[in-house]
Design a protein around this ligand. Structure first.
Ligand SMILES: C[S@@+](CC[C@H](N)C(=O)[O-])C[C@H]1O[C@@H](n2cnc3c(N)ncnc32)[C@H](O)[C@@H]1O
Length: 332
C-alpha cells in the first residue's frame, strides 16, 4: 500500500501500516516520523551537502532528505529486498538519489560525508566511531538508539557495559540516559580527535535521537571532555554523562514549524527549557500535586525562566535555585 509521510508517497509492505511491525524486509515504523521530521528540519537549516542514509529500510528518511531538504543523498541498506523497495519509492516520487546495497561499514568508508544517518535496530554503539571517522570537518551524525531500556529499565548493567555510564531508574532516567548516550558519542569523537557539539536531541516514545556536529582538532576534543563527568543524583553516583548544553539555540530557533506535526511542535517548544538546569523539579508539594502551569506562571512572574520538560511529564525546568523554587511553591 501507499502512504504519505512528509512530501513523499511511500510504498510500504503489509504489516507496517500502524506500529513498528517485525524486523526484516520493508521495515517501516510510523512512530518514528517525528525523528524523521526533525532530521529533515535540521538539514534544511544546515545548508546542502552530501548525505548517507546508511540503514534506510524503505528509504523514507534519505528520500525525504533529498526531496525536502535538497541534499545529495546516497540511500543504502544491506537488505536486497529493501533496496528494491527504495528503488520503487525513488521512482514513484521522481527523486534522484544513488541507491546502494552495502554493509554499513563499506558504505560509510566510500567517501567523506557532510551528514551520516545511523538508524539500526537496537543499539548503534558499533557504528558510531566509523561514522565519525568518515565525516568531513564540521560534518554531522544523526543517530537513533532504541535500546533505551538498557539505560532506563531493568538492564542498567548492560547499559553500563555498552555506554560506559551508570544510570538510574525512576523519574530522572530519561534525562540521565540521554546524557550518558551523548557522553558516549562525544567520547568516541574525542578519541578520534573530533570535538562534538550536540545540535538537538529527542527523547520520546522508545527512542533517543541525537544530532551531533564534529569539528576536527585536539583542542575542541579536550574541551568537550571537560563536560563529561560523574554526578550525584539522590545520593547515588551517576555517569559519566554529558553535562553541557543539549540544544544549539541557533538550530532550534531556525526550525520551520510549518509542516511539523502537533507532537513535534510540542517537543520543539520544550527544547527551549531543557538547558535551564540539569534534571528538573517536580510539581509535588509534600503529598500534593500542584498545577504545572500555575507553578510555571508564578516562576515567570518572579522573573525566572521556566517551562515543561520532555524528560518527565510532571517535571519543571527553571533557572531558579532549589530554595527559590521551594519558596515559590510553598507560597502558592
Ligand atoms: C530500523 S531500520 C531503518 C529504518 C529507516 N531508517 C526509517 O527511518 O524508516 C534498520 C535498517 O538497517 C538495515 N541494516 C541493518 N544492519 C545493517 C548494516 N550493517 N548495514 C546496512 N544496513 C543495515 C536493515 O536492513 C534495516 O532496513
Amino acid at each position: 500500500m501507499i502512504i504519505r509521510e512528509g512530501s513523499l508517497n511511500l510504498e510500504i509492505l503489509k504489516g507496517f501500516e500502524k506500529g513498528p511491525g517485525a524486523r526484516g524486509d520493508g521495515f517501516y515504523n510510523r512512530e518514528m516520523q517525528t525523528s524523521r521530521d526533525f532530521t529533515v528540519s535540521i538539514l534544511k537549516i544546515i545548508g546542502r551537502g552530501n548525505a548517507l542514509d546508511s540503514m534506510a529500510g524503505t528509504g523514507i528518511r534519505g528520500l525525504r532528505i533529498a526531496l525536502e531538504a535538497g541534499w545529495n543523498v546516497v540511500v543504502n541498506d544491506i537488505n536486497k529486498k529493501n533496496v528494491e523497495i527504495i528503488e520503487r519509492n525513488a521512482n514513484e516520487n521522481n527523486i534522484n538519489v544513488e541507491i546502494w546495497n552495502k554493509n554499513f561499514f563499506s558504505a560509510v568508508s566510500e567517501k567523506k560525508w557532510d551528514y551520516i544517518d545511523i538508524d539500526p535496530y537496537g543499539s548503534p554503539s558499533g557504528f558510531i566511531e566509523a561514522a565519525i571517522f568518515n565525516l568531513k570537518n564540521n560534518g554531522i551524525i544523526g543517530v537513533t538508539m532504541t535500546d533505551t531500556a538498557n539505560l532506563e529499565g531493568k538492564s542498567l548493567k548492560k547499559g553500563f557495559r555498552i555506554y560506559g555510564g551508570i544510570s538510574q531508574r525512576g523519574i530522572y532516567s530519561r534525562e540521565l540516559a540521554t546524557r550518558i548516550f551523548l557522553g558516549y558519542i562525544l567520547k568516541r569523537g574525542a578519541s578520534l580527535g573530533y570535538g562534538g557539539t550536540p545540535l538537538l536531541v529527542i527523547r520520546e516514545k522508545h527512542y533517543i535521537r541525537a544530532f551531533v556536529r564534529f569539528k576536527k582538532g585536539s583542542g575542541v576534543s579536550d574541551k568537550i571532555l571537560e563536560k563529561i563527568h560523574e554526578s550525584t543524583v539522590d545520593e547515588k553516583k551517576v555517569g559519566p554523562l554529558y553535562m553541557g548544553e543539549l540544544y544549539n539555540k541557533e538550530v532550534i530557533s531556525s526550525i520551520d514549524k510549518n509542516g511539523l506535526s502537533t507532537n513535534s511542535i510540542k517537543l520543539l517548544e520544550r527544547f527551549w527549557n531543557e538547558d535551564l538546569m540539569f534534571l528538573f523539579f517536580t510539581n509535588s508539594r509534600g503529598t500534593e500535586e500542584l498545577n504545572m502551569d500555575m507553578i510555571i506562571n508564578k516562576l515567570r512572574e518572579n522573573g525566572f525562566k521556566a517551562g515543561k520538560t520532555n524528560f518527565y511529564e510532571k517535571g519543571i525546568k527553571t533557572n531558579a535555585s532549589q530554595d527559590e523554587f521551594k519558596n515559590i511553591i510553598y507560597n502558592l
